[in-house]
Structure formats: structure tokens, C-alpha cells
Design a protein around this ligand. Structure first.
Ligand SMILES: Cc1ncc(COP(=O)(O)O)c(C=O)c1O
Length: 368
């Protein structure tokens, strides 16, 4: 695996690549908040007030009122009993699993679950089995084969980043025994899915009973930092036994300040989410009309079917000719051979979306 080339971000929707400025349809800054002036101002203010770093674990002298304030706002935004902030999103499921180690007798994980959950499952101290991607019937088969008295943790992404599909959480809950629990890595769904952006739980219309939702502030919120949205009981357990919480320095205060600003924007500007949905629907509909076989998923991610090396080269050339950065990615598991995967943002202009549609439509017409 070669190291990816560095990109420089220019404005909301462009990147500088090999001395060229290209329209960007990739990354996870779905609302383009990462370069929003209000977040920068909030970060500057927190930096001036609180410094760059608390330089200690929150278990010792590193706790700070900005973290409790952020956790209260996160719990409010997501409608959770409590929130616990972690230094990044990768550490959130790990902290929950460390706190629950030895409490479950088996872990069942979606075969396409991403790295954070794979590592979290290993920390549970129990056998881990994979069930078929987004397949509640297969999950049920695994559960039916479980030993008497089994206690199961199901681990799944909320929204899958390879194609924007969503885990059928409602169906999983129907088959999950009463003593089981679900650990949902909602890194991509949080802020994006559901009527108010609460994520994949809101999208699926399920409550929080038997679900631990983990999220990151590095994607829809445009900032950085992880969060576990859960009950007071599990929060207390993480404080006591979650090594990735106990043994780390918390999120730098300027990032906590920026995260507070991002939450305020996403709460007060629901039009962003509507625009994101509208932009995604426009591109998806036009590509389907052009004959592209793409999956209709709720997320703002459009993955083209795999193609030959020759076609891949030709499409890259066409995108570059249209001043679009070619987002050709290799994903472990789901798209290991490499695919074009376009991410739509709420702030893409109609002209940028039309340009993308035009290139992909023309390519499809030629390809047949
Ligand atoms: C599914 C998933 N979970 C967790 C993470 C980690 O989040 P963070 O970048 O905040 O560590 C990512 C980030 O790429 C992700 O895609």
C-alpha cells in the first residue's frame, strides 16, 4: 500500500493536487464545517482562554469544564442520557468495549465493520464471529446457535462508509435477546442521518435501550474527537475501566470549543441537512437515469461499480479534464479491488454537481 498523496484544501469544495485546483467529492466533512469561520473563531477563543492542552488524563488533573459542557450539549443533541468525550472517534468503541470486558460471552460483528469495531471486539475477552453484511437473518442464525445463557454483543457500523448504506438496527433489535447489547459505530451517520441528525438510530426509528452509540466529531461536525452516547451506568464504567479514556490526554480545549460551535450550527441550520439530502438525491437520480448500477442508500456516498483497469484510467482522465479530483479508493473488505466513491456535501454548488453528473453520464454512455 503506497502512501496517499498530500492534498491542500482550498475553500469549501476544492483541493490543490499536483499544482492543480480541483473540485473535491471525497472526505467526510459532509457539511463543510471544517473551514467554517465560526468554528475557527470558537477554537481561537478556547485557545486564548484555556490553552492548547490540559496535559493530563481526565482521571487525574486533566478534567475541565469545557468537556462537561461539551458532553452536556452532545447528550442534548443526540437525545442520550449521557455522553463521554474521547480524544478521537477510533477510541470511542474501544473505551466502551474495555469497560465491558468479560461481561459478554460472544461478540457478533458485521463482516464489513471498520477497524475501530474490529479492535473493540478483540477487547471484549470473548470469541468473535462475523455475520453477513447488514443481514439480520444471518445474525439470527448465529444467535440461534448460541449456547444457553449466552450474552451477546452485536457490533456494527451505523452508516457504512464504503457505500452509504445503513445497518438495519430495528431488525437486529428484534432478534437480539434481552440480555444482549449493540455497539454501533456511528462515525458516519451521526449528524447526517435522521430527521434531526441524531444518526442511524434516529434513521431506523429505534430507541437507546440495548444500544451504545459511538460517534466522531471529525466528520459531519468538521472538528475532531470521539464520543460514547450511553447510559450513566456505562459512562461510570468507562471512567473506571476504559483504558482509552483513562490512559489518554483529552481532546485539546480549542477543539472542544469548536465542537460546541459545530453542534450549535447543526442544530440551528437544519437546511444544511436538507441540502445534503437534496444534492445526494440529485446526483443519484441522474446517475441511475444514465444507467449506472449504483446502490440506493441513505448516505451521501455514491460508489460506482468496479471497473477494469483501462476504464479506471479513462474515467480518472475524464474527471481530471473536468477539474474534478478522481476519488478512487481501496477499502478493506467491501471494495478491496478499488472503486470510485463520490461523497456529496451540502455545500456543493449546482454547477459543481452538474459537472460531476455530466462527466459520469458521458462516460457511461461511451462505456455502455
Ligand atoms: C467507521 C469509522 N469509525 C471510526 C473512525 C475513527 O474516527 P476518528 O477519525 O475520529 O478517529 C472512522 C474514521 O475514519 C470511521 O470511518
Amino acid at each position: 500500500m503506497t502512501e496517499a498523496e498530500p492534498l491542500q484544501f482550498i475553500g469549501a469544495n476544492a483541493v490543490r493536487w499536483r499544482s492543480r485546483t480541483l473540485t473535491y467529492f471525497s472526505g467526510c466533512d459532509y457539511f463543510r464545517l471544517a473551514r467554517d469561520a465560526r468554528l475557527a473563531a470558537a477554537a481561537h477563543k478556547a485557545l486564548a482562554q484555556h490553552g492548547l492542552n490540559v496535559a493530563a488524563s481526565r482521571r487525574t488533573t486533566g478534567n475541565h469544564k469545557i468537556y462537561t459542557q461539551l458532553e452536556a450539549e452532545l447528550a442534548k443533541f443526540f437525545g442520550a442520557e449521557t455522553a463521554l468525550v474521547l480524544p478521537d472517534g477510533y477510541l470511542a468503541p474501544l473505551a466502551a468495549a474495555q469497560a465491558l470486558a468479560e461481561e459478554y460471552t460472544q461478540a457478533l460483528i458485521d463482516e464489513y465493520a471498520r477497524g475501530a469495531l474490529v479492535d473493540a471486539a478483540r477487547m471484549l475477552g470473548c470469541p468473535v464471529k462475523r455475520f453477513r453484511h447488514r443481514d439480520a437473518a444471518d445474525l439470527q442464525k448465529h444467535l440461534a446457535r448460541s449456547k444457553r445463557g449466552a450474552r451477546t454483543m452485536v457490533l456494527t457500523d451505523g452508516m457504512f462508509s464504503h457505500d452509504g448504506s445503513v445497518a438495519p438496527l430495528g431488525d437486529y433489535l428484534k432478534v437480539l435477546p434481552a440480555n444482549g447489547i449493540m455497539l454501533v459505530d456511528d462515525a458516519h451517520g451521526a449528524g447526517v442521518l435522521g430527521a434531526t441528525g441524531k444518526g442511524s438510530l434516529e434513521y431506523a426509528g429505534v430507541g437507546r435501550k440495548q444500544i451504545i452509540q459511538c460517534a466522531t466529531m471529525s466528520k459531519a461536525f468538521g472538528v475532531y474527537g470521539g464520543v460514547v452516547l450511553t447510559s450513566r451506568g456505562l459512562r461510570a464504567k468507562i471512567l473506571a475501566g476504559g483504558r482509552s479514556f483513562i490512559g489518554t490526554t483529552p481532546l485539546p480545549p480549542p477543539l472542544a470549543g469548536a465542537a460546541l460551535a459545530a453542534l450549535k450550527i447543526l442544530r440551528s441550520e437544519p437546511a444544511r441537512r436538507k441540502r445534503l439530502l437534496r444534492n445526494t438525491a440529485l446526483v443519484r437520480t441522474k446517475l441511475l437515469t444514465a444507467g449506472w448500477e449504483i446502490t440506493e442508500t441513505p448516505g451521501p456516498i455514491i460508489r460506482l461499480p468496479a471497473m477494469s483497469g483501462r476504464e479506471e484510467g479513462e474515467l480518472k482522465g475524464r474527471l481530471l479534464a473536468a477539474e474534478i479530483y478522481p476519488p478512487f479508493l481501496k477499502y478493506p473488505g467491501a471494495s478491496a479491488q478499488g472503486v470510485f466513491r463520490f461523497v456529496i456535501a451540502s455545500e456543493h454548488s449546482p454547477a459543481q454537481l452538474s459537472q460531476l453528473i455530466a462527466v459520469l453520464t458521458a462516460f457511461k454512455v461511451r462505456r455502455g
